[in-house]
Ligand binder design. Structure first.
Ligand code: UDP
Length: 314
């Protein structure tokens, strides 16, 4: 039976990936230091003999008993609210943590998967973003700790590939949402849904003309799986190309939740807030045969049902 390590395995995406790997018949070790992850996300696997949770900081020396076939390195805070509050942890997990995970992959002969991000494109000057676009990143801005850390993570991943022949896969993740996002995650989907369900004002940052494209979590994980099982190194964009402005998005959430909330405007959290973001997924379609399937309406309904179980609505 193949064995996989998932760093960040108790996080939003890490836990969905554990679900998929177990369903595919793998043995799974989930590693997490729980700074943004939560064991509630993996509680349903704790009795499963094929699953093990290891509470550990991936920036420290890694030791795993026995063979490993796959390493998925997902550990990292990823919400803009984490950028000013956990800047050193973000830099460390993507630099030292990626280094340690690559070292482990090398010693075990495992295939290595890096969860990179559309943030490597910064505030993009090319639209939609193709993998060839080299990005427009402010190294010294508040977002720089995440953007540059992920750019470094990609670079060291390719160095281990080229210099040590470690088989690697790099995915660039675009905005993703779904059940198990933290309600206080600070990102737009939990913010808007939480506010709409509580009847609080829905906070659009800036003038709301900035765009994002949202992918449902299980669609994204299907892209991970197809990439890891393919012969492609990447980087490959995985995301949903259906783009909308944040003001439109606020109105959509208000409609779907049937909420009385008013829509209000607040200052942008970071000056480098990308004005546009939309993946070009031509490559994923062509080489992986992957494309997203869950509509925003369907994905939001599932996410809203999840948040309803977490929120006390009056
Ligand atoms: N945003 C917003 N209201 C919120 C939270 C976020 O208008 O309550 C905006 C934010 O300024 C950004 C977009 O929604 O333009 C997506 O933000 P998120 O934090 O989800 O992630 P990002 O794509 O910026 O990394």
């Amino acid at each position: 039976m193949p064995r996989a390590l998932v760093t960040g395995g108790a996080g939003f995406l890490g836990s969905h990936l554990c679900d998929r790997l177990l369903a595919e018949g793998m043995e799974v070790i989930a590693m997490d230091n729980l700074i943004t992850g939560n064991t509630d996300n993996i509680a349903h696997h704790l009795d499963n003999k094929k699953f093990r949770f290891v509470f550990y900081d991936v920036t420290e020396y890694l030791y795993i008993d026995g063979p490993l076939d796959y390493i998925f390195h997902l550990a990292s805070p990823a919400s803009p609210i984490d950028f000013p509050t956990k800047p050193i942890q973000i830099l460390k997990v993507n630099a030292l943590g990626t280094h340690k995970s690559l070292g482990l992959a090398k010693s075990k002969g495992a295939r290595f998967f890096l969860a990179s991000t559309s943030e490597v494109y910064g505030d993009p000057l090319v639209h939609p973003q193709t993998e060839e676009y080299l990005g427009n990143v402010n190294t010294v801005g508040v977002r720089g700790v995440y953007d540059e850390a992920k750019r470094y993570a990609e670079a060291i991943t390719m160095a281990y590939h080229r210099y040590h022949n470690v088989p690697v896969r790099i995915v660039r993740i675009f905005n993703t949402y779904g059940p198990r996002m933290r309600l206080d995650d600070g990102r737009v989907v939990p913010n808007f849904i939480g506010q709409a369900l509580r009847g609080e004002p829905i906070t659009v940052y800036g003038d709301g003309t900035q765009t994002r494209s949202f992918c449902y979590c299980t669609d994204l994980i299907d892209g991970f799986w197809k990439l890891m099982m393919s012969d492609q190194t990447g980087p490959i964009n995985i995301g949903n190309p259906t783009e909308r402005s944040m003001l439109e998005f606020a109105k959509e959430i208000k409609r779907i939740t049937n909420s009385p909330s008013e829509i209000v405007f607040k200052p942008l959290l970071t000056v480098d807030d990308p004005k546009k973001r939309k993946p070009d997924i031509t490559k994923a379609k062509a080489v992986l045969g992957w494309e997203p399937k869950i509509t925003l309406e369907e994905g939001l309904k599932r996410t809203i049902d999840y948040f309803k179980t977490k929120i006390h609505v009056h």
